[in-house]
Design a binder for this molecule. Structure first.
Ligand code: LLP
Length: 429
């Protein structure tokens, strides 16, 4: 078993550390399960984009859905990130974390009237519209507020991103965007409606793309469309190319080629006279985070050994939901010659789906041993829930030798306090 290289995480004197802080210390002081993020990892991920796009007119709007923790968002905002949000909740987080409204793009297939109004009142940079009914709705909201909405229309280019079916978004059968062939009519409608200013065009074909070929295909199609629309008099000055590159989860996964991605963008849309926006989420935060758990039991089944840990699918749903693979490493460094035996790593939730890894070769693990699920900074805590009435998972951010709890674990009392007994069930005095 290899400790997959993740910036900011390394063994020091036999114990896995996040920068200068031992994970065993965090587990002892904060408990488990806990997400741990490193500032170094966030900075390294940001640098990969900054270096690849140095000298090019590109705005990077971090997709908050990947990890919307305020401290994580602020770290990226301080490096220069704008925000890509898909709900009023995310917009409020982006603003609270310090991203100004004029650096925020609002995406999503089903924004409500209230969400559109809030976005316009905040003075948002751009709203990405995904359907003809949304054009009508936004126009009426903008007129009501007496403002003009800067919009991009999201196009569905019918390109297969060659990723997991649940996160491919650019095929014609997917719910996203306006069909490529209907783009011209959609822009004509947008130009005719009051309160809309069609300044841009957008595309997002899916997440966890490790190859640049599908990007190149989609961006090339979009470029053809931009030329047609510009010739028809649509004043397009912005192109939003959606989410970023995928990340390697398995040690054998190839690292995505950032320069090739940047080159694909220059080659396809570089000469259109438009400013480019990117909305990376996963690639900015995934490798910077891990989920720290403690082993409760080592259970010998009839045919398998199970490591029952105190983290569960409510804390990290990716394996259950997308058959996702996360490296699992012990916090106590195993001996280099430790024998590896296959185990199933499972959580305490009452579903067989609550399984993180099947038949994973692991060195010996004993009850109480700490384990870390790597590359869990994206779509981990952000997708966590309280299923089985488990408290929402805690989050910690490390910087050098310091760490801070950036989301504390709520108490049972706090969780119960959101609920209320109706009159007829309350004991009467
Ligand atoms: N922009 C739009 C419009 C999106 O829908 C997404 C992701 C992004 C940007 C960010 O894409 P990224 O850079 O992260 O690939 N929960 C899934 C991933 C869902 C992605 C949804 N949309 C997972 O855990 O794999």
């Amino acid at each position: 078993m290899t400790c997959f290289p993740t910036p900011g995480f390394h063994y020091v004197d036999g114990t896995l550390h996040a920068e200068g802080v031992a994970l065993s210390r965090i587990a002892a002081e904060i408990g488990t399960p806990t997400y741990v993020y490193t500032t170094e990892g966030l900075k390294a991920a940001w640098r990969a984009y900054a270096d690849a796009f140095a000298g090019r007119d590109v705005d990077i709007c971090y997709a908050l859905k990947a990890n919307s923790n305020l401290a994580v968002v602020r770290t990226l905002a301080q490096l220069g990130a704008g925000g890509d949000v898909v709900s009023s909740g995310e917009m409020h987080r982006a603003l609270a974390a310090g991203i100004p409204a004029d650096k925020i793009v609002f995406s999503g297939v089903g924004k409500t009237r209230e969400e559109l109004a809030e976005a316009l009142r905040a003075g948002i940079h751009q709203i990405n519209v995904e359907s003809l009914p949304e054009l009508d709705m936004l126009s009426s909201v903008a007129v009501e507020l007496g403002v003009e909405a800067p919009i991009a229309i999201r196009i569905n280019p019918d390109v297969d991103a060659e990723t997991h079916g649940k996160i491919a978004t650019g095929r014609k059968e997917d719910k996203f965007g306006i069909d490529y062939g209907h783009a011209s009519a959609a822009y004509a409608k947008a130009m005719a409606l009051p309160g809309l200013n069609p300044v841009g065009i957008a595309v997002h074909i899916g997440s966890q793309l490790l190859k640049t070929t599908p990007f190149r295909q989609a961006f090339g199609k979009l470029a053809g469309l931009v030329r047609e629309l510009q010739a028809q008099g649509v004043p397009l000055s912005r192109i939003d190319l959606g989410g970023g590159l995928g990340v390697p989860y398995k040690p054998e996964d190839a690292s995505p080629d950032y320069p090739a991605y940047a080159q694909a963008i220059t080659d396809t849309v570089g000469d259109l006279g438009c400013r480019v926006t990117l909305e990376p989420g996963r690639s900015l935060v995934a490798a910077a985070g891990l989920l720290l758990v403690r082993t409760i039991h080592v259970k010998e089944g009839l045919h398998r050994r199970f490591l029952v840990v105190d983290g569960a699918m409510n804390d990290l749903i990716r394996p259950a939901m997308y058959e996702a693979w996360h490296s699992v490493v012990p916090v106590a460094q195993p001996a280099a010659d430790a024998a590896l035996d296959p185990v199933d790593i499972v959580g305490p939730i009452c579903e067989t789906g609550d399984t993180f890894a099947r038949q994973r070769p692991m060195p010996p693990v004993a009850p109480d041993d700490l384990l870390a699920f790597l590359t869990a900074g994206a779509y981990g805590a952000a997708m966590s829930s309280t299923y089985n009435s488990r408290p929402l998972v805690a989050e910690v951010l490390v910087s050098g030798a310091e760490y801070a709890v950036v989301r504390r674990r709520p108490s049972f009392q706090e969780s119960l306090s959101l609920e209320k007994m109706p009159e007829w069930l309350s004991p009467r005095g």
